[in-house]
Design a protein around this ligand. Structure first.
Ligand code: ZN
Ligand code: ZN
Length: 252
């Protein structure tokens, strides 16, 4: 299983960090976790085409996590992709409404010559290729889900945007890689988000193997985010960067 960070930034445009997007590869499966604006371009930069994209899992419906959904649906109408395998979209209830409203505004997003499968999911587990995916509600919006993806090669948890909650600990329990919101430096917490120190406290409680801090607002620049997290979490800490690739490396 391989994770490529497509976007380690937020809604605030900066030159080197795109908004939220992550590419997961396992077996023949290529799935995006979130697809903020620019994610499809980053996906192309990894050498993939949309022929190879199987699924998109959305953590919530803030625009910095899903705006490229419209771009994706429009691109897939190209004759280039006629007859391709179904595109599967997963998200909390509200997904169908989002797609319906987008299609009402932009009628040319309606699927043509391929099948669009919408999966509105409630908390619990579902299968995605060879993986088991657990969806757990996370404190951020009323419809926020964190995802834990488990394959024979290891496990990765994605907080999405997250504020402090026990569910985050449950989500990341024992995982090999915990990709967690660390939006602003310690002492400058935003409502609905975490700081490196708070992310690390949840990671420590969860007993995860490696912590990946991400979703950095511009305020993070110039701060030692790793040190802020290391005060609370003894394991390896990775600072997300666009196009950085990681593998779970399960603890033995
Ligand atoms: Zn959000
Ligand atoms: Zn966000």
């Amino acid at each position: 299983m391989q994770l490529t960070i497509l976007g380690s930034g937020t809604a605030i445009p900066v030159a080197d960090r795109f908004p939220a997007g992550y590419l997961l590869q396992f077996g023949a499966m290529r799935a995006l976790i979130d697809c903020g604006p620019g994610t499809l371009r980053r996906f192309a930069a990894t050498g993939h085409t949309l022929h190879q994209l199987d699924a998109v899992l959305l953590t919530h419906y803030h625009t910095d996590h899903c705006a490229d959904l419209a771009a994706l649906l429009f691109a897939l109408r190209s004759p280039t992709f006629a007859g391709r395998a179904p595109m599967r979209l997963f998200g909390a209830p509200g997904l169908r409404r989002l797609v319906d409203k987008l299609t009402e505004a932009w009628p040319w997003l309606a699927p043509r010559d391929y099948e669009l499968q919408l999966h509105e999911i409630t908390p619990g587990a579902f299968a995605l290729g060879d993986a088991k995916v657990d969806a757990i509600p996370i404190r951020h919006t009323a419809q926020s889900l964190g995802y834990r993806v488990t394959t024979a090669a290891g496990s990765i948890a994605f907080s999405g945007d997250a504020d402090e909650c026990d569910e985050l600990v449950e989500l990341a329990r024992g995982v090999d890689l915990f990709v967690c919101d660390a939006a602003t430096p310690d002492g400058r917490k935003l409502d609905g988000h975490l700081t490196p120190g708070l992310a690390a406290q949840h990671a420590a409680r969860a007993g995860c193997h490696r912590l990946v801090l991400t979703h950095f607002y511009p305020e993070c620049e110039g701060h030692d985010l790793r040190q802020q997290a290391a005060r609370h979490f003894a394991g390896p800490i990775v600072l997300a960067a666009d196009l950085l690739t990681l593998e779970p490396q399960p603890a033995r």
